[in-house]
Design a protein around this ligand. Structure first.
Ligand code: AMP
Length: 227
């Protein structure tokens, strides 16, 4: 399917993707951001880049991510405040993986343009056993961060990134024991955001247990309705 790119014009389109790891947020964020012509902001990607560059943020985040724990709220709020202040975010952005806690949501609310009523919030729902299946089959390019799945979305050449030809690996935090911990963190710290945003803005529930194309059509319909 080839959706035409839609310019966000003067009305900024700010989108939040909520949902557990493996729910398809990353895949859909790439597509929706391209469609809207706005940047996709993935905190997981930003942290992994910081780890690869061995920055102070990366050194603090690395051990936490490896264990499946969340990185401290003040670091994430500062990261997003800085990123969303950049000029390419004037027309909006798609947030993938932020906020993940109530203090992060409160931090976002304090930022310019941070009023939750100005956000379109999607909550991706996928059964637990399907999340485990997706995460255990996920493969990742350490160089360009492209993501694949060995069955659902395989690269053209097995084990090789389509984009930059690097060797694909399994992320350490996609190993089963760490995934359990990430899901527990999601239940404890991220789930309350559904009520938080439900009370403040339009929260759109998305059945993520369908093909990426079908899910994307749902996102587009919701974006059109709110335009
Ligand atoms: P993701 O790629 O979104 O699954 O994120 C990978 C890991 O990065 C998470 O398991 C957390 O350890 C960390 N992380 C990403 N985003 C956040 C966030 N908003 N708050 C805290 N930790 C985060």
């Amino acid at each position: 399917m080839a959706a035409a790119s839609k310019s966000a014009g003067n009305d900024a389109v700010r989108v939040i993707f909520l949902g557990p790891p493996g729910a398809g947020k990353g895949t859909q964020a790439v597509r929706l951001a391209a469609y809207l012509g706005v940047p996709k902001i993935s905190t997981g990607e930003m942290l992994r880049t910081a780890i690869a560059k061995d920055t102070p943020l990366g050194r603090e985040a690395g051990p936490l991510i490896d264990k499946g724990n969340l990185v401290p709220d003040p670091l994430l709020v500062a990261l997003i405040a800085e990123r969303t202040a950049e000029s390419d975010c004037k027309s909006g952005f798609v947030l993938d993986g932020f906020p993940r806690t109530l203090p992060q949501a409160a931090g976002l609310e304090q930022m310019p343009g941070g009023d939750p009523r100005g956000f379109l919030v999607f909550d991706f729902e996928v059964p637990r056993d399907e999340l485990m299946r997706r995460l255990s089959g996920r493969r990742w390019c350490p160089k360009c961060q492209a993501t694949y799945h060995i069955a659902n979305q395989p690269p053209r050449r097995p084990g090789i990134c389509d984009v930059c030809s690097s060797m694909l690996v399994q992320r350490d935090d996609d190993m089963e024991a760490v995934v359990e911990r990430r899901l527990a963190e999601y239940d404890r710290r991220t789930l309350p955001l559904i009520e938080y945003y439900g009370a403040r803005t339009r929260l759109i529930r998305i059945d993520g247990y369908r093909s990426p194309d079908v899910v994307f059509q749902d996102l587009l319909s919701a974006v059109e309705v709110s335009a």
